[in-house]
Design a protein around this ligand. Sequence first.
Ligand code: PLP
Length: 425
Amino acid sequence: MWRGGTAAWGLLRGGGAGSPRAASGTAAAVVHLRQRLEKELEDIRGAGTWKNERVIASRQGPHLRLAGGGAGILNFCANNYLGLSSHPEVIRAAVEALEKFGAGLSSVRFICGTQSIHKDLEEKIARFHQREDAILYASCFDANAGIFEALLTPEDAVLSDELNHASIIDGIRLCKANKYRYKHMDMQDLEAKLQEAQKHRLRLVATDGAFSMDGDIAPLREICQLAQKYDALVFIDECHATGFLGPNGRGTDELLGVMDKVTIINSTLGKALGGAAGGYTTGPKPLIDLLRQRSRPYLFSNSLPPAVVGCASKALDLLMESNAIAQSMAAKTQRFRSKMTAAGFTISGKDHPICPVMLGDARLAAVMAEDMLNRGIYVIGFSYPVVPKGKARIRVQISAVHSDEDIDRCVEAFTEVGRKHGALP
Ligand code: PLP
């Protein structure tokens, strides 16, 4: 029973609620700050890299309503690969966890922020990946920010694919190990860098399992062979693989038959696994034990809220019961990729639900994405600096909850819009 009462709530809000202050701090400093920020914002707009956020007024799902209009929009740009973000059982599990365990922990894990559901979810994640143990974070960004610094010292080396996710890059920046960057998925270059790195105590090869801009999958078999040859460890970020790649959705390591060769997996609960939030590391028990002692985003940030834990836990139950959802997503991916290729488009990657429609020109990608939305299809164009110059694209993401008709409508709209703007003959 909550005993704060409405008087306490009034005190917390204070007298100034609802009246934002125009500025605080010394007037001159604030004026300078505003000028500097406005110039920087103008530069971003001028460079054409301003990111607009469309406001969704419905649940996440294959069909959306956008604020201020558009209902029945077909959504092809979420990482909701399995459609679990609004799965009724996932939502129910969140509500039950919220009611039973409360809104949140108001604490980090090691002070008074660990509940039985956190331990259960960690055990379930380790079982799902067939690893010894797992540790939860508020996000996979945090898991990536926390692992390298805790694990590697100046005696060690980390070898990272040049196109790894920003959070891996930042995590590596924070650590004091010797850093090597190898060319994207280039095994010759990785081998050369491994040879150079032989002088260090420990070598860790770090790669995304699946790369989110290109929909391509890391050559993990070859990476693991090289790791074995040069006595290195392998780390993979499975954010775009967990839950749906491989015969049982375990990820890239299952898909490529190297589950016993990859030592460390980081992944997210914020994409295929219910889409709420959260991330984790799974791997050898002493590593997980060390992260609980040393990993800064874990030690100094609040515990995952119970509702979020409930979502992910139910999503994993659903996936461990059956691989039907993952297989339906794979069939839809196949349908989209083959129909788009037959229509004359080039789709990057292979067999992955991230299907980048390669267009080259940044303006073309932007106007085509806008025109797709006019036809009720929500897709996003990406151009430099998010992807290399001259490689602009529209990234389409397929979900298990798209129907065949949804996929066909998307292909038809692309074909019309492509012809209109000269991307197709
Ligand atoms: N790693 C990769 C490859 C990602 O794509 C993302 C999210 O975009 C992250 C890490 C961060 O995941 P989270 O959203 O859980 O912080």
